[in-house]
Design a protein around this ligand. Sequence first.
Ligand code: GDP
Length: 298
Amino acid sequence: FSRLKAGLSRSAGQLGGNITAVFKKRRLDDEALEELEELLIQADLGVAVAGRVTQRLAKEKFDKDVTDAEIRAALAEEVTEILSPLARPLEIGDARPHVVLVVGVNGTGKTTTIGKLAEKFRHADNKVVLAAGDTFRAAAIEQLQIWGERTGAAVVSSKVGADAAGLAFDALQKAKAEGADVLLIDTAGRLQNKADLMAELQKINRVLKKLVPEAPHTVLLTLDATTGQNALRQVEVFREMADVSGLVMTKLDGTARGGVLVAVAEKFGLPVHFIGVGEGADDLQPFAAEDFARALVG
Ligand code: GDP
């Protein structure tokens, strides 16, 4: 929680600070409401959420004096209400291996999140296999191998340029043969070539289903909190390409822009499983709506 709070409050333009600056003690008239709405939109919460928060406040307090503490409390409550139903742990059910496909734009934290997940599963005494499915980048393959060494997970990899779907197939075969509990599959995130990426993700899906009809059981989309409003577009694009079942929001330790998670949640209603709060193996936290709301509001 402290890492999250430190991250979200990093920038001087942080939401809570702004609210305090504008609303030390003030009558909640039209002008004040408009300023508040603008602040919330600037904090990436989205127009819909900004509208809801200001309406909620207006209903209770219009033309009365309000303090910044009251505004923050109302905001935290609204954000908690939006996010609570979506804060869901990642369940791996009974099927073995449970197959997790991780998708997202390059640099959003796919490989790192897979490493952190491998660490979590290992702590729960689960046997983990990793598939280095971002076959376009040598660095991604190497990085996953390092995570494999670090966490004791077996890594299935191939040369740069190899067929990602073939690799995913081999990895699932190995995970089945070895009785693994979880298979985590990395993928390429080259959005600049959307048609190719879509074809690749669909092919991975097809070959996995040849071995295990229900696979992938989970499709995680990683979003980088520092990209602000771009995250919304990324959800749209990746939902066209894959059957995204849940989200991981990364880099919340390094940004004051976590507000976009509220906009994403409100717009798409996808479960949020984890948040990334650093680069280390332990820096993946289960998503907790109220903690997040408190950290965001400051
Ligand atoms: P990929 O291209 O989607 O696989 O992204 P990577 O996993 O390679 O991550 C890109 C960069 O972001 C790396 O330098 C990671 O260490 C860093 N990173 C990933 N998650 C987090 C996070 O939660 N916090 C911070 N501060 N950095 C992160």
